[in-house]
Ligand binder design. Structure first.
Ligand code: MLT
Length: 266
């Protein structure tokens, strides 16, 4: 596994790069990092070049500015980083939740570079006013009391009921990952998500195939919402993974990788 690094607009971008073949770019959820794709990397590696990025402020990537990021800025910088790393277009972009917001924004900025989108446990709608208020409150609490607040807030949302009951090691691992994220990165991502663009009216314009994948027990972006998202896209499809919540690549890796391979026609 190679580690990629470059500076874009003052931010340090890092990614892992494994395998040979048509490129697939993986974008993680909030408030996690590229480690959430560990099973996917190994599974796809024999037939795909898999680039798993850390968004600035997460994993090994660093944000170079105190200003809050935006999803647009992240997507634009990611496209520049991929160019810097000589990742040839077209590539597939696969994002989960917050990563899905960035994936949609990559498509908006450079549709010609993307041959396929894989949208996992995410949504096209912008936040409502109530959701924005809740994010602002959450961000203030994290800045005041530390990243532990994010563990309490996010863990029950990230994992489905099955994993909460059966996966104590995964619970501990996610807890450790989230606790290590700097509060200002968590607060910045919350602001970025709160200010993101609404893609509802753009969906009919997406020409490339879009495979949606969602956990049956996902409460953040439930299957019914993902099915509606897929139905609004001309070449969209949706598959539901049993006994998974918001993080199927970690909760049900075998089923998730199978669906991903199917979407990639491997
Ligand atoms: C995520 O998992 O990335 C977040 O739950 C997304 C969100 O809060 O909108």
């Amino acid at each position: 596994m190679r580690e990629l690094q470059c500076e874009v607009g003052g931010d340090l971008w890092t990614a892992t790069d494994i395998g040979i073949g048509p490129p697939v770019v993986l974008i993680h959820a909030f408030p996690l990092d590229s480690r959430m794709w560990r099973f996917v990397q190994v599974d796809l590696e024999p037939s795909r070049r898999v680039i798993s990025v850390d968004l600035p402020g997460f994993g090994k990537s660093r944000s170079g500015s105190d200003a809050s990021p935006t999803i647009e800025h992240w997507a634009g910088s990611l496209l520049q980083a991929l160019e810097h790393w000589q990742v040839p277009a077209p590539f597939t972009v696969c994002g989960l939740s917050m990563g899905g917001y960035v994936a949609l924004e990559c498509w908006r900025q450079a549709p010609q570079k993307i041959d396929k989108l894989i949208l996992c446990d995410t949504r096209a709608e912008a936040d409502t006013d109530a959701q924005r208020e809740a994010r602002a409150k959450f961000a203030q609490e994290v800045l005041r009391e530390g990243s532990k607040v994010a563990v309490t807030n996010m863990l029950p949302k990230l994992l489905g009921a099955t994993s909460m009951a059966d996966e104590p090691e995964l619970i501990e691992e996610l807890q450790a990952w989230i606790e290590r994220v700097e509060p200002k990165s968590i607060a910045g991502a919350l602001q970025a998500m709160a200010r993101r663009r609404d893609f509802k009216d753009q969906l009919t314009k997406i020409e490339c195939p879009v495979a949606c994948i969602v956990g049956a027990e996902d409460q953040v972006t439930p299957p019914v919402q993902m099915q509606a998202l897929a139905a609004a896209i001309p070449n969209g499809s949706c598959r539901v993974i049993a006994e998974a919540g918001h993080l199927p690549p970690l909760e049900q890796p075998t089923a998730f990788c199978g669906m991903l391979r199917r979407a990639l026609q491997i």
